[in-house]
Design a protein around this ligand. Sequence first.
Ligand SMILES: NC(=O)c1ccc[n+]([C@@H]2O[C@H](COP(=O)([O-])OP(=O)(O)OC[C@H]3O[C@@H](n4cnc5c(N)ncnc54)[C@H](O)[C@@H]3O)[C@@H](O)[C@H]2O)c1
Length: 278
Amino acid sequence: MDIIAGLKDKVVVITGGAGVLGAGFTNALAKQGAKVAILGRDLVKAQKLAEEINNAGAKALGVSADVCDEASLRKAHAAINEQLGLVDILINGAGGNHPKGTTADVFFDRNNTSGLQTFFGLDTEGLRFVFDLNFIGTLLPTKVFAADMIGREGCSILNISSVSAFHPLTKVVAYSAAKAAISNLTEWLSVYFAKEGIRVNALSPGFFLTEQNRTLLTNEDGSLTERGNKILSQTPMGRFGQPNDLDSTLLWLCNPDSRFVTGIVVAVDGGFLAYSGV
Ligand SMILES: NC(=O)c1ccc[n+]([C@@H]2O[C@H](COP(=O)([O-])OP(=O)(O)OC[C@H]3O[C@@H](n4cnc5c(N)ncnc54)[C@H](O)[C@@H]3O)[C@@H](O)[C@H]2O)c1
């Protein structure tokens, strides 16, 4: 990957920066010479990745915060300002799903006697958890960290949406709607901050095999589950994504030279969204 001069020494906060995709973002930006703040609930995990990056000669800081808790974000913000400087770029990578926000079946079956979760049995707390983590967990870090970007050049925000924001995935009702809200928020923020020159875009990954979805997509012996098979049969490139498949799009959207690129949601999905299946 070529070195992008404009990313050198930029202070980048990556929420969920030690997760599977988040660690890919963190490493890609550290390799560009950015100073990376890895923010997550698990301080040990964030600090371990920061240590690896620092040992490789780049600059990283692990900080703990809950993206749904403004006070903890403000504390992390103060630590980042003190140790790395003002924030130039924010990647809102923390997010995920919860089984209580999903139905068991694709279609409603009025004769269902299995006791498995239908739409009518969805748990309000489960739904709220998914909305809070994905939507509020994107809005609050933006509220806290974007304040540093006012009046400065080359600043941007990158939200992490999903292909489920374009057309909802079956069963995952709350996650799909929350990611659609992130795509919508991306456009809203891009307009709101346009006069300040703060660009706001979103990256929508397709299907990547991670700890969150491994048991949903693969069996213990590594073979595909029915859902895993269904996804690959709908993905023209015929494979799951690898975290580093996102690097070039991430760097393009964060590159200060992309100065006229704002308010877009870019899917990186091996053709999933383009394929009607017929
Ligand atoms: N894996 C995929 O196929 C896929 C596809 C589309 C979108 N995404 C999105 O990409 C992002 C990263 O997903 P991933 O697959 O790497 O998941 P992951 O679980 O590996 O990473 C998520 C990270 O966020 C952190 N986190 C969770 N809740 C938090 C909170 N309240 N406060 C702070 N940190 C918190 C976790 O500790 C973890 O490090 C998520 O927004 C996810 O929805 C993933």
